[in-house]
Design a protein around this ligand. Structure first.
Ligand SMILES: Nc1ncnc2c1ncn2[C@@H]1O[C@H](COP(=O)(O)OP(=O)(O)OP(=O)(O)O)[C@@H](O)[C@H]1O
Length: 331
């Protein structure tokens, strides 16, 4: 078995397809990502590149018409790709918790929020007394910045969007997960509330020392929140590095284009866009899926997908521009 690249999570060669009336959507085409305990990883890329599918696949939550075709998802000593539903249910919402874009649709509409947090606490330790659990529910509510007396007995429809996301964070964190996955947790909220929620997440993840994956298409948010960044394009990992390195020296032509397209205060040069569009994943381009949009496209880019190689310590890129002889199986 390969050595784990991150001591908490190592996802390798993850492939997911969706069977649709238009044909087979090849959504994930061999995703690679890894993470150490306590680290914060950002997954970035344009809309449709497979960020959400990756997070769902990691929790084995891909449903029909989708299917995981291959891959290993090694998490905390087990390969989740090989576990049965019972074993997975013990991990989901306990060791690995997730918060979504639309907090209200993830909450149970007919249960008081206090009870929903209590359920999550019980999931992590069902030996706790009811009194103790409710003390912890109050603590969690205060921790996420809500007045526990006012909120504990509310139903989801009585919450604002920002409050609902705070409750989701309380539910996710109250099981004391080893990994928190946040999929665009603020995109459905007003700008001022977005900042508050991101600051809250940042503060809590730091305080509680959880590992976190933040899925976002906002580079500014990724730069602010994450220690490391994984860049995805059309179902593949194309680059991975520490945040500072990748912003200072992006190697992959897609990452370079993505960063040039970020509005920056005080910037004087014109904002660039990446020419072309994200490919239709029913008939993706051969070879490197970015080749039709790439200014450096070579013949071999059209034939086979380049392996993800480490070109500097901790900096991995999947691009033939940097591939040297003997690198072919380096990832
Ligand atoms: N349930 C589904 N049925 C069919 N295709 C799907 C389904 N879910 C995702 N896909 C396809 O998988 C691909 C990856 O989608 P995904 O939602 O992961 O992208 P994303 O990077 O998270 O985009 P966004 O930033 O817009 O959320 C897309 O081509 C999408 O159309």
């Amino acid at each position: 078995m390969k050595v784990m690249r991150g001591n908490l999570l190592d996802v390798s060669d993850l492939r997911v397809v969706f069977y649709t009336y238009r044909g087979l959507i090849q959504a994930l085409n061999g995703v690679e990502l890894w993470l150490n305990s306590g680290e914060k990883l950002g997954i970035v890329g344009e809309s449709g590149c497979g960020k959400s599918v990756t997070s769902l696949a990691m929790m084995r939550l891909i449903e029909q018409p989708g299917e995981i075709l291959s891959g290993s998802i090694r998490f905390d000593g087990q390969d989740l790709a090989k576990l049965d539903e019972d074993a997975l249910n013990k991990i989901r919402g306990r060791d690995m918790a997730m918060i979504f874009q639309e907090p209200k649709s993830a909450l149970n509409p007919v249960m008081k929020v206090g009870f929903q947090i209590a359920e999550s606490i019980w999931r992590s330790d069902n030996a706790k007394s009811k009194r103790r659990v409710y003390q912890e529910v109050r603590k969690m509510l205060e921790l996420v910045g809500l007045d526990s007396d006012r909120t504990i007995n509310l139903y989801p429809h009585e919450l604002s969007g920002g409050m609902a996301q705070r409750i989701m964070i309380a539910i996710a964190l109250s099981s004391r997960p080893k990994l928190l996955i946040a999929d665009e947790p603020t995109s459905a909220l007003d700008v001022t509330i977005q900042i508050q929620i991101l600051e809250l997440l940042q503060e809590l993840v730091k305080k509680l020392q959880y590992a976190a994956i933040l899925i976002t298409h906002d580079m500014g948010v990724a730069a602010e929140f994450c220690d490391k960044i994984t860049v995805m394009y059309a179902g593949n990992t194309v680059e991975h590095s520490e945040t500072m390195n990748i912003f200072e020296k992006p190697y992959h032509p897609y990452t370079q284009g993505l960063f040039k397209a970020v509005p920056d205060i005080g910037r004087t040069d014109e904002l660039a866009t990446i020419p072309g569009v994200v490919p239709d994943l029913v008939a993706p381009p051969s070879g490197c899926r970015f080749h039709p949009r790439c200014p450096h496209c070579m013949e071999q880019c059209q034939q086979t997908f380049p392996p993800l190689i480490e070109i500097e310590p901790g900096h991995h890129v999947a691009c033939y521009l940097y591939l040297k002889e003997g690198d072919t199986h380096a990832n």
